[in-house]
Design a protein around this ligand. Sequence first.
Ligand code: FPP
Length: 241
Amino acid sequence: MTDSLPRHVAIIMDGNGRWAKGKKLPRIAGHRAGVDIVRKTVRACGKKGIDVLTLFAFSSENWRRPKREVTLLMELFVRALQQEVKSLNKNNVRLRVIGDMTALPPKLQKLIKKSVELTENNSGLTLVIAANYGGRWDMTRAAQRLAQKVADGQMKPEEVTEEMIQQHTCISELPEPDLFIRTGGEKRISNYLLWQLAYTELYFTETLWPEFEDDDFDAALASFASRQRRFGRTGEQVENA
Ligand code: FPP
């Protein structure tokens, strides 16, 4: 692995609805086509030796969509998991799910638990699915857990450090995202991994998610490889390091 390859890629898969509309299909057809691109992207990450891929499947705000679309999306998640988990396991992929699982349909919760347990000892790509996830939810939960520890006398308020907060956010044991990709033309973070994206390189493309093929992923990786990551230092310091 070289420095020019990100260890962790985090993606907002946007544009499924517009892709479907362009083809005069129902929105769910766009999400279905999106699953095929998820499969291809997971495969590409495994092949390239990327350690972590985090996908925003459903945000805390997505409940505001028409009820029917939400129901169909949940059914699609169930079906996709049922169909893919064996192949993920065979390919040494470790599945993780982040977000407030309690609001998901019980059937989906059970399937997630089973799939995560089945793959937890795999050592290849870690695939993190953000489902009913929000960056503010993540940080609020971290704050609540720390506040509880202070209230219980386990720590003092001044011991709440950046490291402490980091340790109480989701996926704190994984490397932070090196590269963020958003498809579909919008240039927003949309309450994704707010804490974790502090130093992440951002890449936006007009390509709609169902059309985000291997070439488009390669273009994003090439853009990442051409950037100099300074983490607050000067360009000279980085070059001489
Ligand atoms: C955003 O497109 C997409 C979503 C809210 C859902 C993403 C879900 C998938 C790609 C399905 C598969 C995922 C997994 C992990 C199995 P949009 O509907 O906002 O598109 P628009 O902006 O064009 O309306």
